[in-house]
Structure formats: C-alpha cells, structure tokens
Design a protein around this ligand. Structure first.
Ligand SMILES: Cc1cc2nc3c(=O)[nH]c(=O)nc-3n(C[C@H](O)[C@H](O)[C@H](O)COP(=O)(O)OP(=O)(O)OC[C@H]3O[C@@H](n4cnc5c(N)ncnc54)[C@H](O)[C@@H]3O)c2cc1C
Length: 557
C-alpha cells in the first residue's frame, strides 16, 4: 500500500494529523450561527472508532482462506479500521453515517491487489463464489460511489487499488503517459514533473483521489479549461472484467466505430476495474497567472466568461462566484482582522463605482508558454473591462491557489458544531443557465428553511460557475444549514431531492463531474431515457453477467 490508511481520517477529510484551522475561533462560530439564524451552535462530535460496533464479516472462512492464499495475509484486511475506512465515500450523507458510527454497510473484507493479473483473478474468484466487489481508488466519491453495499449477494469485498501505483511509462515525444490506476494525484504529478510534464488534472480532492477514480467517474479538474476533463485526456485503458480484459487501445484519433473509451469513462466500477490507463500530458507550464476581478453582477460576469470561451481564448480556469458566495467568503476572510482606514476607503470607492451587494468575484487562471499567458490575460482584461469589471490583481489569485485544497478540511469542524455542509453541481447550455441557477438556489433555500431544526433558522446557498464550454457552463453549489439532529438523513434527502428535481426540471444534467453513484440514481433514467438505460444494462450484462461489480450504483435496478 502506497498510502497508509490509518494516517487518513476514516470518518472525515484528509490527514488524521491535520490541525483544525478553526480551533478556538469563537468569532467564526458566532458569525456562522448568525448566518444560519441560530441563537448558538451545538457540540456534535463524531464517535470514536473504539466506540463503534461493526457487523460481523459475512465472508465465508473458506473464501477468506482462498483470498489469503492468492494475495498473502497483509493484503486481505478485515480489522475494524480498514472496514470502517472503506464503508462509504466522503459526501455529507456518508459523513453523517460514519460520524454516528452507522457502519451497517461496511465491507466484509478489504483486498489490496498488485496488478492487472491479480485483479482479473479476484474478479473470476468473486464471480464464481458470488461475492460483490466494490472498486475503491481514494474513496473520495461524493455520490455514494464506493458504498460497500452487497446488493443481492451474501458478502461484499472492497478492492482498494492504492497498491497499484506505478507510473509505467512517460512518452515525451507523443506527450502521453501510462500509469496504474491506483496512483494518487500527487504521486502521478511528481513522476510527470520529474520529466518536465504534467497531466494538469487537479480536482479539489487531488491529494486523496486516484487516476482510476478520475476516469471511472468522468471527473473534471479545476484547470479543465486548459487540461481538459477525463474524456479529453484519456487515450486508452485496460478494464478488467469478470469476462476478461477489455483493452480500449488508444489512438490519437480513430474512425473505427464507436470508441470503447466511452464504456470506461463514467463506468463507476459497474462495468469493470480500470487497472492501467494512458493519458495525454503537457509540458509543465512555463508561466502561470491567476488573478481576481470584480463584476457588478452575476450576469455581466457570466457574459464575460461566455465571450472569452466562445472566442476560444486559452484560459485554464474562469471561476465566477455569485453575490452570496462573494459576500460569504469575503466576510469569512475578514473575521478576526481589524478593519483599517484603507478598507473603508476601498469600500467607499467600490460603492461609488456601482459595486454593491450584487457584486461578483471572479478568479481567472492562465497557464502555458509565457507569451500565450500574457496575451490571454491581456485579452481577458479587455473583455472583463468591456463588461464593467475591475481587475483586482494577482493577490486574490494567489490566495485562491494557495488554499485550493484547504476548503474540505473545514467541513469536519463545522460538522462538530451542528452545521451541515454539502455541495452539488450541474451543467446546462448558456441559454438555460440563468433559470437553472435561480431554480436550484431557490429550491435549496426553501428546503433548508423547511427542514431547519427551529423557526427562523435557515441555510446559506453559495454558487459559482466552475467550468465553461462554448455551449454552456457548470454551476457548483455549496450549502450550509443547521443540522436537524436525529433526523439528519431525512433532512439531507429532502434538500437533495428538492435541488435535484429543480436541476432536471430546468434543463441541467444531474451531474457535471461528481457522477451518479447511489445518490443520483433516482434522476438518471430521466436524463438517459428508457432506451439509454437499456443500453447501459446490456453493457453491464455483457461485461458482468452476474452483476457482482459495484451493486446499486450507476444503473437503476
Ligand atoms: C472535497 C471533495 C472535492 C472534490 N472535488 C472534485 C473536483 O474538483 N472534481 C471532480 O471531478 N470531482 C471532485 N470530487 C469528487 C471525487 O473526489 C472525485 O470523484 C474523485 O476523482 C474520485 O477519485 P477517487 O480515486 O477518490 O475515486 P473513488 O471515490 O474511490 O471512486 C469513485 C468511483 O469510481 C469507482 N472506481 C474507483 N477507482 C476505480 C477503478 N480503478 N476502476 C473502476 N472503477 C473505479 C468507484 O467504485 C466509484 O464508483 C470531490 C470530492 C470531495 C470529497
């Protein structure tokens, strides 16, 4: 195992040794209570692993002995920490259950294979003995993608792929690299950067997610404007299935019928296990420039993004916060700091120039060759100015970059104080973005008010445009709400349903980059259509006839 699992939190985010940045910050808790309409916040600590009882492993002793004979005792694990760690992913819904010690879905054992042959052998074994298999990369799924559900089978084992972490080949002249699927983001980038190259795929979960996970859930990194989404950079993959290896044989381009990569991308472990992949890489950027802008409102910021993307300006990232997100993070960042005369002058100047409560912050990122970065930034400055924006300089961009992976660490301390924090995302064409944005925001606000634990309490909804395309963009919502203790799962379901219904009713996809998993199953049939679902079922039947792979995910029963 390349990453020792007991160094990572089993019921929260990140390194166990990570220091709580909000410890002792009573100013933050007082402010958040006000934001949520609560007189004060509660103490809601998570249970300790020592106080949690796991269901007995249902794996037959003969099967366990056979697995130990195949992999060795160190790579067949059924101690409490391993089973608890791998029970669920890292969504709010998962954390509520993990923190409460509700481990009804813990896997019966966790297996650590070391290569394609071992994965294939394990799949044949599991199919023969009717054991469900859950493929597991970093386990950062936020849609229930790694829940260790056994479906109709008596037992379930999780295949943790983190031991398959070799960077096999870097072909600098073709600008491709081949790696095993369990390699973590930082290890992959380190290996590529040693050759002067990068994949450039940086989801916010970068530190704890894997190449195989990125492909299997069809992810998008924060710099997808330049580096692309998983479907843009995947050249080819090996997919181990109970029926054998499907090798999608990447080519630079091919007209040889439908491309099999599309069976691998977004397959969420339900069709097979990605064991190796070849990906398109880039020379490490010679220059990078991240900077902030302020628009008078969301509409003008969105129009600037659309203009830049439709004229094919080379940008790495354009991230536009709505007024609430702009206000919330500005107020959060100002807590504990003394406001000086220069802050007051800046506020006065902004108000004078028409930047009021509707103002929206945008972070623009440009990476690549020095000339291209300079030219793109200058052109974006001109576009932004045309839409009335103020350019705020590199300070904002640097702060965003420095903290780009820190946000998730704040979720656990908030959950310790009775606050629910969740995110969801969608995408739609530009002509539908405004109505989609308003409908989802209103649905979230209404559902959070209706499910609040006391009258007057409510949630806070923040949104930003995270990724953009010539024909549309994605909207990423973050929402905070006071937890309704004792009925938190029902509360979460009500909020999730309200938002997801609003998404599909207003022309959005149920997911732009988080995937389907278990949580989005109720809406997937509407998006794909009955025939579309039948096609997916036919692929599943062909590759996994007994249905042992990741039961209950991706395809509705
Ligand atoms: C705080 C946070 C921030 C996030 N930010 C982003 C973001 O910016 N962009 C983004 O795209 N996503 C994001 N996500 C979602 C999640 O991290 C991504 O889905 C991540 O890429 C998943 O990778 P993983 O290795 O953790 O996969 P896992 O969570 O282990 O698995 C995801 C799915 O793929 C399957 N799977 C995993 N590995 C394989 C394999 N080798 N073969 C077949 N199936 C496999 C699993 O069964 C599961 O269905 C975020 C999640 C969190 C918690």
């Amino acid at each position: 195992m390349s990453i020792e699992r007991d160094k990572i939190r089993w019921n929260g985010w990140g390194w166990a040794a990570h220091k709580d940045a909000l410890a002792g910050r009573e100013d933050v808790w007082t402010w958040l209570a006000q934001e949520l309409g609560m007189p004060s916040l509660l103490a809601t600590p998570a249970r300790d692993i020592a106080d949690v009882t796991l269901p007995a492993s249902r794996l037959h002793t003969d099967s366990r002995a056979d697995l130990v004979a195949m992999l060795g005792p160190d790579r067949v694990r059924d101690d409490a920490y391993e089973r608890a760690f791998h029970a669920l992913g890292r969504s709010y819904h998962d954390l509520i259950r993990l923190r409460a010690g509700d481990l009804a879905v813990a896997p019966d054992a966790v297996l650590y294979p070391r290569g394609t042959d071992e994965v294939s052998a394990l799949l044949s074994f599991a199919a023969k003995h009717e054991i469900a298999i859950v493929p597991y990369g970093g386990g950062t799924s936020v849609v229930g993608g790694v829940s260790a559900t056994s479906g109709s089978f008596k037992s379930v084992v999780t295949l943790d792929l983190s031991g398959m972490d070799r960077l096999i080949d870097v072909d600098v002249s073709s600008r491709t690299a081949t790696a095993e699927a369990g390699i973590y983001g930082p290890a992959l980038e380190k290996g590529l950067q040693a050759k002067g190259m990068t994949l450039g795929h940086h989801p916010q979960s970068f530190e704890f997610s894997t190449l195989g996970g990125w492909i299997a859930h069809r992810g998008a990194g924060q710099g997808s404007g330049r580096y692309g989404r998983a479907e843009d950079w995947l050249v080819g993959a090996k997919l181990a299935t109970p029926q054998g290896i499907l090798d999608t044989n990447g080519f630079p381009a091919s007209a040889a019928g439908p491309q099999l990569n599309d069976i691998v991308l977004g397959s969420e472990g339900a069709f097979g296990i990605v064991t190796e992949a070849t990906v398109r890489i880039h020379p490490a950027a010679q220059a990078s420039d991240y900077r902030g802008y302020l628009f008078r409102d969301f509409g003008s910021g969105a129009a600037a993004i659309r203009t830049a993307i439709q004229e094919e300006l080379p940008v790495t990232m354009l991230r536009l916060s709505d007024p609430d997100e702009t206000r919330f993070y500005r107020a959060f960042g100002a807590l504990g700091k003394k406001r000086g005369i220069s802050d007051r002058i800046a506020d006065f100047y902004l108000r004078k120039r028409g930047f009021d409560a509707r103002a929206c912050a945008l972070i623009a990122g440009f990476e690549g060759a020095t000339d291209t970065v300079e030219a793109s930034r200058n052109r974006f400055n001109a576009i932004a100015a045309n839409f009335g924006a103020l350019e705020l300089g590199e300070g904002q961009g640097k702060r965003w970059r420095d903290g780009r992976f820190h946000g998730p660490y704040l979720r656990d301390p908030m959950m310790d104080r009775g606050i629910g924090v969740d995110t969801l995302e969608t995408a739609a064409s530009w002509s539908k973005i405004d109505t989609l944005y308003a409908a989802v925001r209103d649905a979230l606000d209404k559902a959070m008010r209706e499910t609040a634990p006391r009258p007057g309490a409510h949630g806070v909804t923040l949104c930003h445009i995270s990724h953009s395309y010539p024909d549309g963009a994605s909207l990423y919502f973050t929402f905070f709400f006071p937890r309704a203790l004792g009925i938190e799962i029902e509360q979460w379901r009500a909020i999730k349903k309200a938002a997801s219904d609003a998404i599909v009713a207003n022309g959005g996809t149920i997911s732009h980059h988080h995937g389907v998993g278990e949580d989005h199953l109720p809406w997937i049939a509407q998006e794909k259509g009955a025939l579309g679902i039948e096609v997916l079922r036919a692929i599943k039947r062909t590759l996994d006839p007994k249905g042992i792979l990741n039961p209950g995910k991706l395809i509705p029963e």
